[in-house]
Design a protein around this ligand. Structure first.
Ligand SMILES: Nc1ncnc2c1ncn2[C@@H]1O[C@H](COP(=O)(O)OP(=O)(O)O)[C@@H](O)[C@H]1O
Ligand SMILES: [Mg+2]
Length: 306
């Protein structure tokens, strides 16, 4: 059963096509990540799904409902943490949860809910005095007040230190373990790798790759590559004496392997060359290699589009 269905979705701001005809679906119980650089169109997409922005073209459904026309009904079933979540300075997490529960007319035990997001130790500290990670966890607690089936998290760990990031990840894993569907946007590759069942890499309003991390790595990655630490004399030897695809930078020589036979040829030729070498590694493209290839320069540019 599908929790989210998007087909040919488009959204334009003036001359800028922020979302340019994207299609994907998210299964119930899945953690799905939109991964992309700043300005890719992630927030626009997620806000259309939350019913906060109107689409221009295409179809978007969450739990079978059109988010724009059935917003009221939908909001009872979804949880949302906006990008850069903030709250009033003085309420404590416990007070904030009670306040939200009252708004949603939801029966929740605030202490139990704060425990679920690992914030019970800070239940009585003013919001303004919470750490960045604790603030995000409060955002999660508030998004869970109505016991949502689908939770939208827009860059939940941006700006957090690695330890706080891991604490937020732990809560996201719990959401999945509880059977909820999680739609997560991030520009951190390792976050998508750690958490997502499937990933859509988004760039300039389009989805450039979609699938599990392993699918994406094998579809868009190069084959295995063997690298040894060696000078260019080895590079020249391999070029002159084999048909292997090789490159070198004076410190290391990399051989691109098409199959196992290439690996054996490479090993043999390295040995025969008499060149000095050490530190042999063989590895496949990881998500990061693929991401940089697909998204290229824009992946490292800061556009400040929040
Ligand atoms: N309300 C808006 N008006 C005009 N341009 C916008 C608006 N919101 C976003 N944009 C632009 O649309 C593009 C996509 O933005 P956004 O969806 O926030 O991307 P992301 O969340 O991936 O960083 C960016 O170039 C951004 O500057
Ligand atoms: Mg964003």
């Amino acid at each position: 059963m599908l929790a989210i269905e998007v087909d040919g979705l488009k959204k334009r701001y003036g001359d800028l096509q922020a979302v340019d005809g994207i299609s994907f679906s998210v299964n119930k119980g899945e953690v799905f990540s939109l991964l992309g650089p700043n300005g890719a169109g992630k927030t626009t997409t997620i806000e259309i799904l939350e019913g906060l922005r109107e689409k221009d073209h295409g179809a978007a459904k969450v739990l079978g409902l059109d988010p724009w026309t059935s917003g009221y009904e939908l909001h009872k079933m979804i949880g949302v943490i906006p990008q850069g979540f903030k709250f009033l300075d003085y309420p404590t997490p416990r007070e904030a949860v009670v306040y939200y529960a009252t708004l949603f007319r939801a029966k929740v035990d605030p202490d139990e809910l704060l425990k679920r997001v690992i914030l019970d130790e800070a239940a009585n500290i003013w919001f303004q005095n919470l750490s960045g990670g604790q603030k995000q966890k409060l955002g999660m607690a508030l998004s869970l007040v109505n016991d949502p089936q689908v939770v939208f998290l827009d860059e939940p760990t941006t700006g957090l230190d690695p330890q706080a990031r891991r604490a937020v990840w732990e809560v996201i894993r719990k959401l999945k373990a509880e059977g909820r569907t999680v739609m997560l946007t991030t520009h951190y590759l390792e976050e998508a790798e750690e958490l997502a069942d499937r990933v859509a890499i988004m760039d300039h309003g389009r989805i450039v790759a979609l699938g599990t991390v392993a699918d994406i790595e094998s579809k868009f990655g190069s084959g295995q590559r063997m690298t040894v630490r060696a000078k260019d004399d080895l590079l020249r030897y391999l070029k002159d004496n084999t048909r292997l695809e090789v490159k070198g930078d004076g410190r290391a020589v990399t051989v691109f392997l098409r199959d196992k036979a290439d690996a054996m040829v490479a090993m043999g030729a390295i040995e025969e060359s008499g060149a000095e070498w050490d530190d042999l590694t063989v590895r496949r493209d990881r998500l990061e290699d693929v991401f940089l290839r697909l998204v290229g320069e824009s992946g490292t540019e800061e556009k400040g589009s929040d």
